[in-house]
Design a binder for this molecule. Structure first.
Ligand SMILES: NC(=O)c1ccc[n+]([C@@H]2O[C@H](COP(=O)([O-])OP(=O)(O)OC[C@H]3O[C@@H](n4cnc5c(N)ncnc54)[C@H](OP(=O)(O)O)[C@@H]3O)[C@@H](O)[C@H]2O)c1
Length: 278
């Protein structure tokens, strides 16, 4: 058996946004709890990627996991999504910025490759632009050079994806979007992804959907299943083909979130949750 097979895509991603000086400790804690997928970004404004790297090192030293057993995902963020702490020369061409940002991520994470590099968000809210095309082609070159295994895009609309499909022969392996129940859990984008075998990653599954989590029917359903309302949302997400992210800072929630993998919902329950919103 070959021993250098890449780690499979895990069924939960631990998100490291907004952790600041707790990034290292929380990343290590998440790995100890059992997470094997880490989502970060080279965007100091919202993520402390070097801190995430320290957490990985601590987990490696403690023998919790090896690099080969982990799925590491980072992002390239345009200048407009950054503050003054840039991981690239803002005067350089976008393709150079992509290379510099990823080189800096690899340094932060002390690895020679990530498993996924994601475009944090397109340059325009309306359409897929020439700038995005330049970035996407640069990301493909990084992948071809072995510095990332897979590529993704985030915060995209159907228009972005259609624009992308019109000008590129290669589509992403991942789409990472905020998932609102009232929008049918991003139904249109998920349908596009299904048709093209793109794996949809969903974030803000809890924070974007307080009305569902507080809905008496949802609470009642969770009680019937002997689960928490949050666990039911994560399990529901998987049932509709969404790879969920959680950024919890609580050890108890980490365990509960991971345990949702073992909670299987019947098709009737999935339909009931879908009909509660969206
Ligand atoms: N691509 C993008 O633009 C983008 C944008 C936003 C986020 N993300 C990624 O997605 C990750 C997750 O972000 P998020 O927006 O989903 O929010 P989040 O940071 O995961 O926040 C989730 C909230 O839900 C709570 N929670 C988690 N598990 C729970 C449980 N089992 N029971 C009750 N409450 C629970 C957490 O509180 P406790 O801490 O107390 O558990 C927290 O307040 C981020 O860290 C980041 O990696 C990406």
């Amino acid at each position: 058996m070959p021993t250098d097979q890449p780690a499979p895509i895990p069924d939960f991603l631990y998100g490291t946004a907004w952790k600041e000086d707790r990034s290292a400790a929380l990343t290590e804690m998440a790995l100890r709890a059992g997470f094997r997928g880490i989502d970060t970004a080279n965007q100091r404004r919202h993520y402390f990627e070097a801190g995430v790297g320290e957490g990985l090192q601590a987990a490696y030293r403690a023998g919790i996991v090896t690099r080969a057993g982990l799925f590491l995902q980072t992002k390239f963020t345009y200048r407009r999504g950054q503050d003054h702490r840039l991981p690239y020369d803002p005067a350089a061409r976008l393709s150079v910025q992509v290379a510099q940002s990823l080189a800096s991520s690899l340094e932060h994470l002390a690895t020679d490759h990530v498993d996924s590099l994601v475009l944090h968000g397109p340059s325009s809210n309306i359409e897929w632009t020439d700038a995005d095309a330049e970035v996407w082609e640069a990301m493909q070159r990084e992948r071809d050079a072995g510095r990332t295994r897979l590529l993704g895009v985030s915060n995209v609309s159907l228009g972005h994806l259609e624009g992308m499909a019109a000008v590129h022969s290669e589509m992403p392996a991942f789409v990472q979007n905020r998932c609102f129940a009232r929008l049918g859990w991003d139904r249109e984008i998920r349908a596009f992804c299904n048709q093209r075998t793109i794996l949809y990653q969903g974030f803000s599954l809890l924070t974007a959907n307080p009305e569902l989590l507080q809905h008496p029917s949802h609470i009642g359903l969770a009680q019937q299943l002997n689960a928490t309302p949050a666990q039911v949302v994560f399990s529901f997400a998987r049932a509709i083909g969404v790879l969920p992210l959680t950024g919890t800072s609580s050890t108890q929630h980490m365990k509960q979130d991971l345990a949702s993998v073992d909670l299987t919902l019947t098709p009737e329950i999935v339909r009931a949750i879908e009909s509660m919103a969206g």
